[in-house]
Design a protein around this ligand. Structure first.
Ligand SMILES: C[S@@+](CC[C@H](N)C(=O)[O-])C[C@H]1O[C@@H](n2cnc3c(N)ncnc32)[C@H](O)[C@@H]1O
Length: 282
């Protein structure tokens, strides 16, 4: 698999084509990806013509209307993952991301609780946000992560994250040391540490919704999303820690979206599904 990030001292191998990377090229934060242009029909022969006819038939079939992505210029979504357990320390000769799996002895020797050092919840939460149709359709404006130590970083919607814990861990060490991760060949900062507080990056016309298993406001997420004013950006604040709860002043409403305690990733998938249903993003 191709490394999406610059690694000093290594030449990049043949560039694999990633549809999303291509789609987002040339776009900045405020731009919305458009659907790919239809191929021209002139000069087509044989099987190409059959394909063209088949496409016409499919075009004429009844279907569920899809909301044009232009609509999203009115409202977009932001995720904030609070209290993420991301701490680096020099273990032996190198800096490493502390985890209960690999550094239990080190953590106990340093009078730290191993159970509080687990980044799998954050890893899965980020993947769920970036893999969602909310993101692929262009509705995701940004994602922010705030660590237990108060370090805040931004993840661009079109960043592709490593799929293994090991590489994710390496990327986080690099981010916390260099303060940014740059896209290979483009110089664009896909992840970067930014100044607190996170509220300065939130649109004025936005609703800040927190999620907590200790909230008493049990809602059906789809019903809730459908009542929010159309033109408002939605800011979803989810805990990325293993234990404890989020308690932030900027949150306007704390919701309980299931009677059961869930992982951050599962909670995010309920949120994104509700948004996707509301906007008919298929
Ligand atoms: C692994 S939990 C954090 C652990 C913490 N004991 C808790 O239940 O809040 C990850 C996050 O998912 C969200 N979450 C989990 N279950 C939820 C629920 N039933 N309703 C709303 N949010 C929930 C919260 O934001 C929580 O901080």
């Amino acid at each position: 698999m191709v490394r999406p990030y610059k690694v000093t001292g290594q030449k990049r191998k043949k560039k694999e084509k990633y549809d999303r990377e291509e789609e987002y090229e040339q776009l900045d934060d405020n731009d919305i990806p458009q659907s790919p242009k239809k191929a021209k029909t002139e000069g087509l022969e044989g099987s190409e013509l059959d394909k063209e006819k088949a496409e016409q038939v499919i075009d004429e079939m009844p279907r569920i209307p899809i909301v044009p992505t232009d609509m999203f210029k009115k409202s977009r979504d932001i995720f904030i993952l609070e209290r993420a357990s991301l701490e680096i320390s020099k273990v032996g000769k190198s800096y490493q991301l502390l985890s209960s799996d690999e550094h239990a002895n080190y953590l106990m020797k340093n009078k730290r609780k191993p159970a509080e050092h687990c980044f799998s919840g954050l890893f899965e939460a980020i993947q769920t946000i970036l893999d969602s149709r909310v993101n692929k359709s262009g509705r995701l404006k940004a994602s922010y992560v705030r660590t237990q130590q108060g370090i805040l970083f931004q993840i661009k919607p079109h960043a592709r994250m490593p799929r293994t814990y090991k590489r994710f861990s390496g990327l986080m060490v690099q981010l916390l040391q260099k303060l940014h991760i740059t896209a290979a060949g483009k110089g664009e900062k896909l992840l970067r540490v930014i100044k607190n507080p996170v509220t300065q990056y939130l649109p004025i016309n936005s609703r800040k919704i927190g999620f907590s298993h200790s909230s008493e406001k049990l809602v059906d997420m789809y019903d809730y999303v459908s009542t929010v004013d159309n033109g408002m950006d939605l800011v979803f604040v989810v805990g990325a820690m293993a234990h404890g709860k989020i308690d932030k002043d900027y949150v306007e409403d704390y919701l309980l979206i299931s009677e059961f305690p869930m992982s951050a990733a599962y909670c995010i998938s309920i949120i994104t599904t509700a948004v996707e249903l509301q906007w008919k993003i298929l």
